[in-house]
Write a new protein. Structure first.
Length: 299
């Protein structure tokens, strides 16, 4: 059974884009994934993204993706929203992933902008609409032009918001002005997809976060959100500023790399990375330790 949602918060408020744990020989670690998912929910997440970029989706197979969704839903499905990444730069493949995620029990879909091929806005509109038409699951768009090569323009977001199953947007555009207009014009539930901008995006109408640093500071993210919602701007700002070293440290290099290193430092399931991602060097690991300690993370 899926946890309770509202039109304003269809996937909860504090979501972590979860890494995919692997065994030492590089295979899918479903037991580790379940333990990590349970830990993240216990820490304050009411949603998890699986099979996103932070879950190394470019290097996991379709069957692995379905098995991972099924395992995470089994572990936390009555306590947290499990949202499955289904976006690729191949619409037909995306539809297959969406349907497989629905069969595996996902509560929603995350659909990233098609990357590398740089389609025009009409192509984006048809791509996302096709994904939304493919299942009965609610869809969160994922706008990240720094990786995909093209933004979802505000006008396109407004068109997509007319679809009854497109209910949210994960914003990693890094443009508070565009976000302000798109939130006002679309009515979509808006989630910050850039940890450094979590608090600023709340101030212009976001309802929550899809976080990477939620792997290590979910209680603090929850406290910042609740302070903001309660009108205690000073407290929210204090927490935001305390977390600045964590925001910086976790993105000194590619976020999956640092996240798996941080989890390993805490004795949590993570395992190795799949190429082309590689482990932190000893020097980078020491820097990460300093960054996390400066932000109050216990190792």
């Amino acid at each position: 059974m899926a946890p309770t949602s509202t039109p304003q918060t269809p996937f909860g408020r504090v979501l972590t884009a979860m890494v995919t744990p692997f065994t030492e020989d590089g295979e899918l670690d479903l037991d580790g994934a379940q333990r990590l998912a349970a830990h993240l929910v216990d820490a304050g997440n009411d949603g998890l993204i699986v099979n996103g970029t932070t879950g190394e989706s470019p290097t996991t197979g379709d069957e692995e993706k379905a098995r991972l969704v099924r395992a995470v839903v089994e572990a936390v499905g009555d306590r947290a929203h499990v949202v499955a990444g289904a976006g690729t730069n191949d619409t037909r493949h995306s539809l297959e992933l969406a349907r497989a995620a629905e069969r595996a029990g996902a509560h929603g879909l995350l659909a990233v902008t098609p990357y590398y091929s740089k389609p025009p806005q009409e192509g984006l509109y048809r791509h996302f609409t096709a994904i939304a038409d493919a299942t009965d699951l609610p869809v969160m768009l994922y706008d990240i032009p720094g990786r995909s090569g093209v933004p979802i323009n505000t006008e396109t977001i407004v068109r997509l918001a007319e679809h009854p199953r497109i209910v949210a947007n994960k914003d990693a555009k890094g443009d508070l002005g565009r976000a302000s207009w798109a939130i006002a014009a679309s009515g979509l539930a808006w989630y910050s997809g850039d940890d450094m901008l979590n608090l600023p995006l709340l101030s212009v109408g976001a309802v929550g976060f899809v976080s990477v640093v939620g792997h290590v500071v979910a209680p603090e993210l929850r406290a910042m959100l609740e302070a903001h919602l309660g009108g205690d701007v000073a407290k929210a700002t204090e927490i935001h500023q305390k977390l600045l070293p964590v925001f910086t440290g976790m993105f000194r290099t590619q976020g999956v790399i640092t996240t798996k290193a941080a989890l390993a430092l805490q004795g949590l399931p993570a395992g190795p990375l799949r190429l082309p991602l590689v482990e932190l060097s000893p020097e980078e690991t020491e820097q990460l330790k300093r960054d996390l300690a400066a932000g109050g993370v216990q190792l």
